[in-house]
Design a protein around this ligand. Structure first.
Ligand SMILES: Nc1ncnc2c1ncn2[C@@H]1O[C@H](COP(=O)(O)OP(=O)(O)O)[C@@H](O)[C@H]1O
Ligand SMILES: CC(=O)N[C@@H](CCC(=O)OP(=O)(O)O)C(=O)O
Length: 264
């Protein structure tokens, strides 16, 4: 029997932080025909609320250094504020969303990142083979739309902070045996751009050699690099298609006529 399609969709902090963009995006998510898992970030909001609370944010290689105060902050922001607002908004659009983090149903166990030169604190690394897909599959097949906050757990009661792109690609890989998975990264740009400030310079397709070329040309910086690494990890591990595009194009990116950047 042919596998059913599943869209694993990730939305980032710049969209979540923009009321109008987020509202349109969630309307579109609710309109998608077929199975969807939504993974959200929210780094920008956590940074802003942290500043108000006197918890300064520090990133190394795109990953937040997560000390004891910071893990409490991100648990509140990602697992509470952002996750519940998204779920309520999807419900208002008649999409039967259910809010989760990696600890719920033990779906995403993780290991605290070992200290090498950098101590990332309470940051979790995922082993894709450890993901428990059974509760997710029953939710999806039961008509629910799981909405994941970027939090995992160590199995001993400790919540861990895990990058949302990594959660999305790990879930996509874990579910690729069951579904035909398309992973869609949604952000505030039209795709991977030749010139990061010009939305008219979308690169339609990127393979590993083009990726290396773009790195050599210094056309890529900041979060787009780990996003592409997660995209290639997905493609290398059974995910059928990976797209990087604008949040406004999410509906189009669940069709054959895609907008943005295709990773192949
Ligand atoms: N060539 C590029 N094309 C697109 N974005 C780029 C490029 N180079 C750097 N970037 C930056 O990468 C960011 C996307 O990564 P990130 O901030 O982690 O997004 P998100 O929070 O949505 O996951 C963009 O907002 C942009 O500033
Ligand atoms: C460990 C780590 O860095 N976790 C991320 C999780 C949030 C995230 O990924 O948010 P965006 O998708 O909006 O960037 C963080 O705290 O920033």
């Amino acid at each position: 029997m042919d596998k059913q399609a599943l869209y694993v969709i990730k939305v980032g902090g710049n969209v979540i932080d923009h009321e109008a963009l987020l509202s349109t995006f969630l309307k579109n998510i609710a309109a998608i025909k077929g199975h969807v898992i939504l993974v959200h970030g929210g780094g920008k909001i956590a940074t802003r609320l942290g500043d108000k609370l006197g918890i300064a944010s520090k990133y190394v290689d795109g990953r937040r250094i997560t000390d004891a105060d910071t893990i409490d902050l991100v648990t509140m922001v990602y697992g509470g504020l952002v996750n519940k607002k998204i779920v309520a908004s999807l419900q208002a659009n008649h999409c039967n969303a259910i809010g989760l983090c990696g600890a719920d149903g033990n779906i995403i166990p993780a290991t605290k990142r070992p200290v090498k030169t950098i101590d990332y604190g309470f940051v979790g690394d995922i082993q894709t083979s450890a993901i428990n897909t059974a509760p997710l599959i029953s939710m999806i097949n039961g008509g629910l739309t799981p909405v994941f906050a970027p939090l995992t757990h160590d199995g001993n009661g400790q919540i861990l902070n895990t990058n949302a792109d990594t959660i999305a690609s790990s879930l996509a890989i874990a579910l690729a045996a069951i579904y035909e998975v398309r992973l869609v990264f949604c952000f505030e740009k039209k795709g991977v751009l030749r010139d990061a400030n010009d939305d008219n310079t979308v690169i339609n397709k990127i393979n590993r050699s083009i990726y290396q070329q773009l790195l050599d040309e210094k056309a890529l910086f900041d979060g787009i690099i780990p996003k592409l690494d997660n995209a290639f990890a997905a493609i290398d591990n059974g995910v059928k298609e990976v797209l990087i595009g604008h949040a406004d194009d999410v509906l189009q990116n669940t069709t054959a006529d895609v907008a943005g950047t295709l990773i192949y």
